[in-house]
Design a protein around this ligand. Structure first.
Ligand SMILES: *Cc1c(COP(=O)(O)O)cnc(C)c1O
Length: 437
């Protein structure tokens, strides 16, 4: 496989951008080797600047549920573009998208559009603090909420729940306002509410943690989290940036029939354009400027082209819900991959999945039921074994997100032939790069 052009672009990029990229995982640091520079994408495929074509399971990290260049999204974008591409004034596109969502998701009584998931989280946290007059936020280790300072924290070494910065540049005093709980540890969570409940403005959670592998939680976890929070006078923020509109139109809240006080969206909501959103109870959202005292603004917020893409995406999702079929196809993929691994003498491979999200797990999982629910359960050799498989698949034209801790995204554009090619590539890849440690 030729990679000369990608390599030379990467060398140039290293001179002008940190790590040669504009978002870290794109640099292939987790798996090694030069990142592929993508020239174009269509349907299930991406093509790099050297002319190599890959079946793409990264799908821009989730937005492209109908694959690259979905014709309906494209038509909406073309139409919007023909009228200009940014007004910085009130316009009807964002109203239509807001109405479309508010009419369908009962827990979203009002919504505000921003430009990224990070911005949505940052704003929702500010609303929660403004509403409660409290400073502390409770998060879970293993949940990602974008790169807001207060969320770039890890459990401290002393008192487990006292967070310390997980990035240079995050002040310790900012980290100190975040409490960190482990996932799948009800006793520790209960103790944390008992000690700090009265200081907590909100608990934020990925209701389906999908940024540190895919970590499905036990039934009842979210329900009791809501009860615990409300008992303590704290708000509940579901960060559905990755799960919203992807595992079902209503995300995890819809799937479980739960109503968070605030919710954040991103990824699918913009159809592949930069859109984030936060919303929730009307009394909370009415605290946001200019209706209320919590300031939040954006020069390019609710960009007209992005709104058109998002609306086309969500309309199509409602008209042709892909969820059941995608889930079946992921299940079938999991069975075929696991069988392929077993035929190669590898019994400790599994595919954890939920809807169209999947995550390959390599190694014996120590939990009683073999499910990885917390960062602490991830097998020790996950990264090493994923790396070998990643490169073997890449060489065979299958592009996974370049890290063993990122999930894969199935789209409706992935055909039966794509899946067959993937299973065949995986099975030969295992022979070429055996999974044994
Ligand atoms: C992707 C993601 C974010 C961050 O969104 P950006 O658009 O990358 O800023 C936040 N929370 C979750 C759950 C995400 O998956």
């Amino acid at each position: 496989m030729k990679t000369e052009v990608s390599q030379s672009l990467f060398e140039r990029a290293l001179k002008v951008s940190p790590g040669g990229v504009h978002s870290p995982v794109r640099a292939f640091r987790g798996v090694g080797g030069p990142p592929r520079f993508i020239r174009e994408a269509d349907g299930s495929r991406i093509t790099d600047v050297d002319g190599n074509s890959y079946i793409d399971y990264c799908m821009s990290w989730g937005p492209l549920l109908f694959g690259h260049q979905d014709p309906e999204v494209r038509a909406a974008v073309d139409e919007a573009l023909s009228r200009g591409w940014s007004y910085g004034a009130a316009e009807a596109g964002s109203l239509e998208l807001a109405e479309f969502i508010v009419q369908r998701l009962p827990w979203v009584q009002k919504i505000r559009f921003v430009n990224s998931g990070t911005e949505a989280v940052m704003s929702a946290l500010r609303v929660a603090r403004g509403a409660t007059g409290r400073s502390k936020i409770l998060k879970f280790s293993g949940c990602y909420h974008g790169h807001v300072d207060s969320m770039l924290v890890k459990a401290g070494s002393g008192l487990a729940e006292m967070a310390s910065p997980d990035s240079a540049g995050v002040p310790p005093q900012t980290a100190a306002d975040t409490l960190v709980a482990p996932l799948d540890d009800p006793a520790q969570l209960e103790a944390l509410w008992a000690t700090h409940g009265g200081e907590i403005a909100a608990v934020i959670v990925e209701p389906l943690p999908a940024n540190n592998g895919l970590l499905p939680q036990r039934p009842g976890f979210l329900q009791s989290l809501i009860q615990q929070a409300h008992k303590a006078g704290a708000l509940v923020i579901f960060d559905e940036v990755i799960s919203g509109f992807r595992i079902g139109f209503g995300g995890m809240a819809g799937e479980l029939g739960l109503e968070p006080d605030l919710v954040t969206y991103g990824k699918v909501i913009g159809g592949g354009f930069p859109v984030g959103a936060y919303g929730g109870r009307a009394d909370l959202m009415d605290l946001v400027a200019p209706a209320g005292p919590v300031y939040q603004a954006g020069t390019l917020s609710a960009n007209s082209v992005a709104m058109a893409a998002g609306l086309a995406m969500l309309r199509k999702l409602e008209r042709e819900p892909p969820y059941a079929v995608l889930q079946q196809r992921v299940n079938a993929l999991g069975s075929a991959l696991t069988a392929g691994a077993a035929r190669n003498g590898i019994g400790d491979f599994g595919l954890q999945s939920h809807g169209s999200l999947f995550w390959p797990v390599f190694g014996k999982v120590g939990t009683a039921d073999g499910v990885v629910r917390a960062v602490e359960h991830v097998p020790a050799n996950q990264a090493r074994r994923f790396t070998r498989l990643f490169h073997a698949l890449l060489a065979r034209g299958v592009y996974l997100a370049p890290s063993g801790f990122e999930v894969g995204f199935l789209s409706t554009a992935h055909s039966d032939a794509d899946l067959e090619t993937t299973v065949a590539a995986f099975t030969t890849a295992l022979t070429a790069a055996p999974g044994a440690d």
